[in-house]
Design a protein around this ligand. Structure first.
Ligand SMILES: [Zn+2]
Length: 193
């Protein structure tokens, strides 16, 4: 499946989740760490992009010789060096950080990607910047995006609390963190998860 995810690179910033440092010292080198993070990011983004293809604004068709062709969301992942546990997108790319991808669980990383993809599904123009209501909507849709992809959104509220969202204040671009936690919790309940 490597051909499928040769596009695997990530991008994250407008939707900053937090900037908590992560432990990266266990890796032999930056190159090894990047390769490990890339493989993990691909393994998470692949099911997200595939399961949500019916909802994305743009898709691309993957046509292997040994299996039926299928569509995936046309977004691409861009993996950056860094430890910030957040993501951002301008529409085409979803950026994430290698240190964070390695430090976070698969469900937590899937949430970062799902939230950015949710902006596209909702038709938000992320190149123009974000605003609190758009972030709330993206969090709500991200829960469904994760569930469709086989990841557990129930991992998200504890993740956000660990990142300090309970006390993070509202800004011009983002709602108060506690509102985001409550939004995710309500979306989980609405889905009966
Ligand atoms: Zn966002």
């Amino acid at each position: 499946m490597s051909r499928l995810y040769g596009f695997a690179v990530l991008m994250l910033s407008a939707c900053a989740t937090s900037t908590a440092p992560v432990q990266t010292g266990i890796f032999d080198s930056a190159e090894t760490m990047f390769a490990e993070a890339r493989a993990k990011a691909i393994s998470i983004a692949a099911p997200v992009f595939r399961a949500n293809a019916p909802y994305c604004s743009r898709t691309q068709t993957i046509d292997f010789t040994d299996e039926p062709a299928f569509d995936i969301c046309a977004q691409q992942i861009r993996l950056l060096h860094g430890a910030a546990a957040n993501a951002h997108t301008e529409g085409q790319f979803i950026y994430v950080y290698d240190g964070a991808v390695l430090a976070l669980s698969k469900d937590e990383t899937a949430f970062l990607i799902a939230h950015e993809l949710a902006h596209d599904i909702l038709g938000h123009n992320m190149a123009a910047g974000s605003y609190p209501q758009a972030e709330i909507e993206a969090d709500r849709v991200a829960v469904a995006v994760m569930h469709r992809s086989g990841f557990s959104p129930r991992a998200v509220p504890p993740f956000l609390r660990r990142m300090g969202f309970e006390t993070s204040p509202e800004s011009d671009s983002h709602p108060a963190g506690i509102m985001r936690i409550e939004t995710v919790e309500n979306a989980i309940l609405d889905l009966g998860l």
